[in-house]
Write a protein that binds this ligand. Structure first.
Ligand code: G
Ligand code: G
Ligand code: MN
Ligand code: NA
Length: 250
């Protein structure tokens, strides 16, 4: 209860921070980064999003967190464009955010405010967020505005092929549970192969999450995965650190 009230107070104060975890292409070149929220309280220390996102969803604080994430993404996309780089910034969305009437306006506002195009932002949605067919019109509008929609944690929910066909997403992120087992478990690699084949057929880009070893990277690359994210390339890091790295590379 104390945690919940602290969460409300901190959400009002925009007290969340965000880390960036880069993604790379098949050559290992950076394509963009995913923003991951961080929350540290004086009383309880750092709390994992796995713990507080559900609380934020229940309490409604997720609206404020989501707004802060969009603004952070917009600002970062602006900084990156100013360096002459063409990289995307991805934000995670909770199911509840898609039921907020103001979400679309908030997302467009973030783009206007920082002078960026929606195409520079990627919205990561979980299967559970898409399970409710009533969000489809919003997703179509977001896509028409130019936002890239990515299906996160693919394979952990209950998506069937027919279900995937109906989604207006352009990218599929293969869950790290499959990536973890790809070199040891034949079933995991068959699931990935099947997923990649379907995605190719539908013209969807693919991202492998949680890539930790060279063996995983090489196997996934041979199978045709487009983008990669994981500790092998970089851990989530403070945004300024990522910008400094990019400056070094550029
Ligand atoms: O970095 P990591 O352990 O911390 O993230 C854990 C989970 O929290 C991930 O599944 C991720 O999707 C979710 N998450 C991270 N940042 C955000 C965010 O800004 N908004 C939402 N809704 N979820 C997030
Ligand atoms: O949004 P999503 O559920 O994809 O959240 C990404 C989560 O995965 C974050 O918690 C992030 O810290 C974590 N993560 C990113 N790369 C790796 C990795 O290589 N290995 C593991 N175990 N976790 C990772
Ligand atoms: Mn994600
Ligand atoms: Na994931």
């Amino acid at each position: 209860v104390r945690l919940l009230s602290q969460l409300r107070v901190d959400a009002e104060r925009s007290a969340f921070t965000f880390e960036a975890q880069p993604k790379v292409d098949r050559e290992g070149k950076v394509t963009g980064a995913e923003l991951l929220v961080r929350w540290t309280t004086r009383e309880f220390g750092a709390i994992s999003p796995v713990e507080f996102i559900p609380l934020a969803e229940q309490s409604g604080a997720i609206e404020l967190l989501g707004r802060q994430a969009l603004l952070c993404a917009g600002r970062l996309a602006q900084d990156i464009a100013a360096k002459g780089l063409r990289l995307h910034i991805a934000v995670n969305l909770s199911p509840r955010q898609l039921h907020n009437m103001a979400f679309e306006r908030m997302a467009l506002h973030a783009c206007e405010r920082f002078g960026i195009k929606p195409a520079q932002l990627e919205l990561e949605l979980t299967e559970s967020a898409l399970a409710d067919a009533s969000v489809l019109p919003l997703l179509r509008r977001l896509r028409n505005h130019g936002f890239t929609l990515a299906l996160d944690d693919f394979g952990t929910g209950y998506s069937s092929l027919s279900y995937l066909l109906k989604q207006p997403v352009q990218k599929v992120k293969i869950d790290r549970a499959f990536v973890r087992d790809i070199t040891s478990d034949n079933a995991a690699s068959e699931v990935i192969k099947g997923t990649l084949q379907i995605c190719r057929g539908l013209g969807l880009k693919t991202v492998a999450e949680g890539v930790e070893t060279w063996a995983q990277f090489e196997m996934l690359r041979d199978l045709g995965v487009d983008e990669f994210q994981g500790y092998l390339f970089a851990r989530p890091m403070p945004i300024d650190q990522w910008l400094a790295q990019l400056a070094g590379e550029g």
